[in-house]
Design a protein around this ligand. Structure first.
Ligand code: PLP
Length: 383
């Protein structure tokens, strides 16, 4: 048993015991290279293909449309650079201001190379307007890349609507579903998604393994040069244990999704209500209706998020002051800025993300420690 209460599942999740059990043989006796033709290689190949089928099923994709990568960052980079390399005649791309850096940075690189990157605005809940996105599509639009759900405030984007508009206009649509997979139903066919990124460590699989779904008929060029693995779409020896773990975790979380998301929804609502009842000037950021289950994001007036985080950590509660990747930076998050949250309030950002091990007792403790920490820090700043 851990001695801490872990409430940072949006940053990463533990590997489930069943997932570890599935992976272990591929770290020990079944170590063949799946590209090798001998029996050791073919045993590994079968495991990879089974995992490919498993993850494809969870997305309503065909197994041939699944490309294994090293995680969400690589999937996002491969989608964006891969599309740009394959379609050099199209130079206009559309995105939102609340994307993860794994999307915004590759786009920024393209911008420096002369591409036009159009950033559509979000409302105060962090949501883009699908019709507005549709109105910006042009004959030279290469790609729309808009995330499925936000990693900080948990806002869910109108992915199906954007997908339909892009498909009708013949524009590629990529969505970063790293925070959505396993928490929200995804159907790449019904939602007209051309490319989609996921990462195993966000859904109880291992770190360093992900998927880029690429719809049949969509051409992207690989930007990493090397071997012919993944039908020439991603060079490099396959991470067999990671792939097996990803496949197992994907099946498990998707099977349990209806029950688990309802449970997490109730726990989150309870936490929000308790903290807001006990402390004034604590604001829930993001949307109440379009929100990833298990995400709670507060902005606390008059308190630094980092101080709150440390106060919680001192009581063995792990949370996040915004997004893990920007921890340590004093600048308010780009997500909150895009939502129009004032700078001072944005400094009091705290993300609490619940997961499978979170129970009522953990939430009671977290609520009590959080409200006390807010009071203590406010008293300190008045002194
Ligand atoms: N996209 C989103 C929305 C994320 O939350 C993250 C991780 O925090 C990533 C991409 C990057 O994924 P990975 O850590 O697998 O590279």
């Amino acid at each position: 048993m851990n001695s801490f209460i872990y409430l940072d599942h949006a940053a990463t999740t533990p590997v489930l015991p069943e997932v570890l059990t599935a992976m272990t043989p591929y770290l020990t006796e079944s170590y063949g290279n799946p590209s090798a033709l001998h029996q050791a290689g073919q045993a590994a190949r079968s495991a990879v293909e089974y995992a490919r089928l498993s993850v494809a099923r969870t997305l309503n994709a065909d197994p041939s449309e699944i490309v294994f990568t090293s995680g969400g960052t690589e999937s996002d980079n491969a989608a964006i650079f891969g599309a740009a390399l394959a379609h050099p005649d199209k130079r206009h791309l559309i995105t939102s201001p609340v994307e993860h850096h794994a999307v915004s940075e590759p786009l920024h690189t393209l911008e420096k190379q002369g591409y036009e990157i159009e950033i559509v605005p979000v409302d105060r809940y962090g949501r883009v307007d699908a019709d507005y996105v549709g109105s910006r599509l042009r004959p030279d639009t290469l790609l729309v890349s808009i995330m499925y759900a936000n990693n900080e405030v948990g806002t869910i984007q109108p992915v199906s609507e954007i997908g339909a508009l892009c498909r009708a206009a013949g524009v590629l649509f990529h969505t970063d579903a790293v925070q959505a997979f396993g928490k929200l139903p995804i159907n790449v066919v019904a939602q007209n998604i051309d490319m989609l990124s996921i990462s195993a460590h966000k859904f109880y699989g291992p770190k360093g393994i992900g998927v880029l779904y690429v719809r049949q008929g969509v051409t992207i060029h690989r930007y990493q040069q090397g071997g012919e693995q993944e039908r020439g779409r991603r060079a490099g020896t396959l991470n067999v244990p990671g792939i097996v773990g990803l496949g197992k975790a994907a099946t498990l979380v998707c099977n349990e999704m209806p029950v688990e998301t309802e449970r997490l929804g109730k726990l989150s609502s309870y936490l929000i209500e308790r903290v807001q009842n006990d402390c004034a000037d604590v604001y829930l950021m993001g949307s109440t209706t379009h929100r990833v289950p298990g995400n709670v994001h507060f902005c606390v007036r008059g308190v630094e998020g980092e101080s709150l985080l440390l106060a919680l950590d001192a009581k063995s509660i792990c949370a996040s002051a915004g997004a893990a990747c920007s921890a340590g930076s004093v600048e308010p998050s780009h997500v909150l800025s895009a939502m129009g949250v004032d700078r001072e309030l944005a400094r009091g950002a705290l993300r609490i993300s619940l997961g499978r091990a979170t129970d009522q007792a953990a939430i009671e403790k977290a609520a009590a420690v959080l409200t006390q920490s807010i009071r203590d820090l406010r008293a300190l700043s008045m002194a």
